[in-house]
Design a protein around this ligand. Sequence first.
Ligand code: MBD
Ligand code: FE
Length: 285
Amino acid sequence: MTTTPHAPAPPAAESGANATQRFKTDKSTHPVNTPKERVDLLAREVLDAVHNTIRKHKVTYDEYNALKAWLISVGETGEWPLFLDVWVEHVVEEVATEHRQGNKGSIEGPYYVPGAPHRGSHGAVPMRQNEAGTPLRWRGRVTSTDGHALEHATVELWQADADGLYSQFAPGIPDWNLRGTFSVDSEGRFEIRTIRPAPYQIPTDGACGKLIAAAGWHAWRPAHLHVKVSAPGHELLTAQLYFPGDEHNDDDIASAVKPELMLNPRPAPDGDGDIVHYDFVLDPV
Ligand code: MBD
Ligand code: FE
């Protein structure tokens, strides 16, 4: 990452590029040997779909070269994780979880970091002094599909701050800010104190932003909380939770909103922000 004095790189673009490094560290270190027959099938069908689009719409050489230039810039701006997670991951998630009886999930996105600080079963995520945003107290419970409490469950939470920025990706935010790992008590219950995140805008200054501008789309995701919920003998649940009334709940650029993932926050009786209840049900492996 390079920064020029007095002309810092726009923070959002750095977020997209930092996600490339994150992915290389966490996810591309386990080689998968996809069988030749499978690669042949999938690569051929994707290429067929591209060829059909070119024929159907009589794509020109100018358009072909614009595509080439844009694909090169996706790599150069480090935005492959951002591009894929925004426009492709939701269908991978749909296919991967369609057998589940328990909780609906949603995409992971590019900004998860494993190993967030432990905060017990009732605690606050790491926050700056006077962290901006409406305080949010979230109470919930983790059970299995048969209803029994999962007392060894773990809930990892990560989210944007009140400016829509993620720690470890946007500059100037302390590491692990608004990222925490929570256990549950013997009844499977937890309480997390945090703040309401702001809606998230896809960086406008990288390759993804160029596509959005060129196509006349908008760049917004509704405000959301990310979670990974795990328990021994159960499938890992990756989900996002949303807030009613957000103007982008119905047109999320990442197509990752589901009605089952909508929270129902209420003003806290003591006047200190909002309280919300949301439980998780995990599928046995
Ligand atoms: C995000 O915060 C996010 O959750 C997704 C899926 C894509 C880009 C930014
Ligand atoms: Fe996000």
